[in-house]
Design a protein around this ligand. Sequence first.
Ligand SMILES: Cc1cc2nc3c(=O)[nH]c(=O)nc-3n(C[C@H](O)[C@H](O)[C@H](O)COP(=O)(O)O)c2cc1C
Length: 186
Amino acid sequence: MDLIEAIISRRAVRDYTAQAVDERTIRRLIDAAVHAPSAVNQQPWTFTVVRDQSVLDRISRDAKSHMLATMPASRHSDRFRSLLDDPNFHIFYHAPVLILISAIAQGPWIVEDCALAAENMMLAAYAAGLGTCWIGFAQSFLNTSDGKNVLDLPAAWVPVAPIIVGHPKAAPPPVARNEPVLRWVG
Ligand SMILES: Cc1cc2nc3c(=O)[nH]c(=O)nc-3n(C[C@H](O)[C@H](O)[C@H](O)COP(=O)(O)O)c2cc1C
């Protein structure tokens, strides 16, 4: 697949078939992720692959409660609150796999590094016919000691990018982009 086509056509997928994603494919996506650039080539990322649906159900439930208890007011908070209050809303959309990218090391650019790895992974998944979505709703809970305990993550790790992966039920429609704010200097 052409790179620009992949960049432009990739969409956040929120509806998956029950089909599993095989281990070889998961390893290929992680290989794409680790080819991202990182500050001083620190490669601070780690990958936690979660396929146990009962674990994903538990994180979804606990992350929703955590968000409802801690979410600051914002222009999205009413919409988020009603979503998070809905017992039928599953933050991982019942996707077969979650790949959590966490930073193992400290440093001023660990979040940027992990986000670059996440985008590589999402593009590689799209090129392989898979869907992905970054699940920000999981992030703050996974950064608590309770969240880390659910996945047995070391206390020092910093969960950055929870990415769900699966076979899309359908191709999501295009999502409009704003005109970029653009200034030329020189
Ligand atoms: C940091 C980040 C957090 C996100 N969190 C969520 C989330 O919790 N739930 C969700 O359904 N989508 C989430 N998304 C997906 C965005 O809503 C989506 O990327 C955006 O609407 C643009 O759509 P597109 O990815 O199809 O271009 C997140 C995306 C990013 C980059």
